[in-house]
Every structure is written in structure tokens, then in C-alpha cells.
Design a protein around this ligand. Structure first.
Ligand code: MN
Length: 197
């Protein structure tokens, strides 16, 4: 069975004005779809055909000969995860387990936000900012291009896409403004908490 493009968990206009319907038309409808389609073409007739997405990622991570498969598989996973990390009316100070763990790890929500924004703003070129769980500890990280926590023995808890295609139609070169708006208004903390349960 081929890897499928999952439905968006909301309508394409649901994240506006932070992320416009126009951005989601291209970002989900073109970019994400293309990663899934390319992955399925690349694995046809190989021993990875029919494998689960996470298995494809773990099998190909670090293998230069399989970089094309890894990049498309990781981007397929990253985007499905990113959509679930957002919701209309989200963002702000989280409650629940993640709220408590953020206070334990950073002292305050404000310090956490500052570090998350810095990670996203300082990722040179294309990539992702992440909140991950590593050896039981919360950490903020950033990765380049398609790279992801699963390839580094970390559990992903939250991501923000900082490829230009994620924000350029709405924010042009103002990546920090996109990061601030997503963090303040879109993060689906209920989903993050469900990953810690
Ligand atoms: Mn993207």
C-alpha cells in the first residue's frame, strides 16, 4: 500500500490570517502532495515499497545512496506532523503536562518562546524548529531541510516549518513575524499534550 497524503485536520482557510488559505493551497496542496507522490514513485519496485512511513525514514536515514527516498519520506512525515501541531485559536501558554514540563525546563513560558523563536529564526536556509523529548528531557532543536527528530533518537512533540514556502506568501522575508504569530495563535497544545500522555 502506498503512503497516502492525509487530509488536513481543518479547512484551508481555518488558520487565516496567521497562515492564509493561499499558503495552504500551495503548501499542503502542492508541496506536501509532491513529497508524498515522489516518495511513492521512488520506492516502487524496491524493498521499501509498502513499508510504513516511519520505517522508510529509519531505514534510509544517513544512507547517502537513499537520500532521495529519505528526503521525500521525511518531508511527508514532517508536514503531516506540522499540520497536526496547529489549530485555529491555538497558541499561548499551554496547560497540562507540557505546560508543567516547560516551566520545569525553561523556568517560564516566555523563556521557552524566546528560545523556540531563536531556533526557527536562526536555522540557516530551509528547515524546521522543534520541541523534542530526548532521554526524558524537553529540548528545543532545529534541523536542516528534511532532517527530523526520528533520525536522532528523539521524539517530536512540536514543529514549525521554516522553509520559505511556509511563510513567504504571507510574510515575505519576515520569518520572525511568522514564528511569533504561529506560537501566539496557532499551536495545538492539546495535540502536544496527547503525545506526552
Ligand atoms: Mn513545508
Amino acid at each position: 500500500m502506498a503512503v497516502e497524503l492525509p487530509d488536513l485536520p481543518y479547512r484551508k482557510d481555518a488558520l487565516a490570517p496567521v497562515i492564509s488559505a493561499n499558503t495552504l493551497e500551495f503548501h499542503y496542496g502542492k508541496h506536501h502532495r509532491t513529497y508524498v507522490d515522489n516518495l511513492n514513485k521512488l520506492v516502487v519496485g524496491t524493498d521499501l515499497e509498502g513499508a510504513a512511513l516511519e520505517a522508510i525514514i529509519q531505514t534510509t536515514a544517513g544512507d547517502a545512496a537513499k537520500a532521495g527516498i529519505f528526503n521525500n519520506a521525511a518531508q511527508a512525515w514532517n508536514h503531516s506532523f506540522y499540520w497536526r501541531c496547529l489549530k485555529p485559536g491555538g497558541g499561548g501558554i499551554p496547560a497540562g503536562t507540557v505546560g508543567a514540563k516547560i516551566r520545569d525546563s525553561w523556568g517560564s513560558y516566555e523563556k521557552f518562546v524566546e528560545e523556540l523563536k531563536t531556533a526557527g529564526a536562526t536555522q540557516f536556509g530551509s528547515g524546521w524548529a522543534w520541541l523534542v523529548l530526548e532521554d526524558g528531557q524537553l529540548k528545543i532543536t532545529k534541523t536542516a531541510n528534511a532532517d527530523l527528530p526520528l533520525a536522532h533518537r528523539q521524539k517530536a512533540l512540536l514543529t514549525i516549518d521554516v522553509w520559505e514556502h511556509a511563510y513567504y506568501l504571507d510574510y515575505q522575508n519576515r520569518r520572525p513575524d511568522y514564528l511569533a504569530a504561529v506560537i501566539e495563535r496557532l499551536i495545538n497544545w492539546d495535540y502536544v499534550n496527547s503525545l506526552l500522555a
